[in-house]
Design a binder for this molecule. Sequence first.
Ligand code: 7TS
Length: 405
Amino acid sequence: MAFNVQEIRKDFPILQREVNGKPLVYLDNAATSQKPQQVIDCIVDYYSNYNANIHRGVHTLSQEATDAYEAARKKIQQHFNITKPHEVIFTSGTTHGINLVANGFTKFLSKGDEVIVSALEHHSNIVPWQMLCERTGAILKVIPIEENGELILSEYEKILSEKTKLVFVNHISNALGIINPIKEIIDKAHKNGAAVLVDGAQACSHIKSNLQALDVDFYVTSAHKMCGPTGVGILYGKEEWLNKLPPYQGGGEMIDEVTFEKTTYAGLPHKFEAGTPNIAGGIAFGAAIDYLNSIGFDAIESHENNLLAYATEQLTAIEGLKIYGTGVAKTSVISFNIEGIHPYDIGTIVDKLGIAVRTGHHCAQPIMDFYKIPGTVRASFAFYNTKEEVDALVSAVNKAKTMLT
Ligand code: 7TS
């Protein structure tokens, strides 16, 4: 089916609404994506027709819910080309997945060991590792960035050594939209005997990642970034790693046998899935993946790349406007400031015109410190955005500039 953005927009009820008397122009997709009717219907169907707890009932509803939840796990496995379904652990999202791994690595690190992070990370992929270093005495090293936001790989090679136990880096930067050369980063880490966790929160809506081909050890993401619901995500881990890692939380569903003397744990994936999960969310995550694949990631990438090129050209033409993150490999995110104007003021004025952008440090303060700025205005585009919406943004930013200077 040919890509038709106007047809696609009809799937998203929220895109039909107005904000402040203007048609909504939603350009905050890096924070969370909007949800198509197919995903909303899937959630309604679950609660209307087969709501039950999973993995524990012999009754029909429980079987139906369990089957749907496990079918979603398989769908996710296939989508990311993961070898085995039990290497997919359902989490509450990217943050949960990172904390699970960081907590487990307490067992593997000792004083003087080193871990490497990039300078381009969301706080979710910094703070849990700092906490790990505090617990173990391990040392956190940082891959620096160039002025254009690209990682300096020659510096990465210098800090990699036999002391490095783990490298964690995002696939795509949420603040700048830079796509990192993760295959190269993974291969270099493996040559030094270090494991790699990739934070895929920003990549999963733009790129279909092949985790077997990447040979990554851990990959985390959130459903809400890819047209799915909030409160659910996955941790992928290679089976050998997941078997070695200790459970993160104790509780129901993650045990084999419990006595007051000793508890033994369930196998994968249940060892990491304590308690009643977000059942509707997991099933709807599967529906979101089906929806995105029905559009096709080639079509998504091509449309978003056109929007990025057009928006970059139009915004660059505004005098005094500076874009942060101008590296070659980029996804459809534009972070910018206008000389002498606080990003928050621009965000507030464009909102009055119906346009949703994010302003601030985007949970990536080290990047803002690097550029010596308090924050940026960030416009992040999805496959359901249009060229006309880029025009609306450019016109609103021009209006804001006139009002504020
Ligand atoms: N990692 C990256 C790269 C992210 O972009 C985000 C969320 C997270 C981790 C955390 O994901 P969560 O689902 O666990 O919250 N990023 C953003 C953002 O850019 N604006 O709002 C949330």
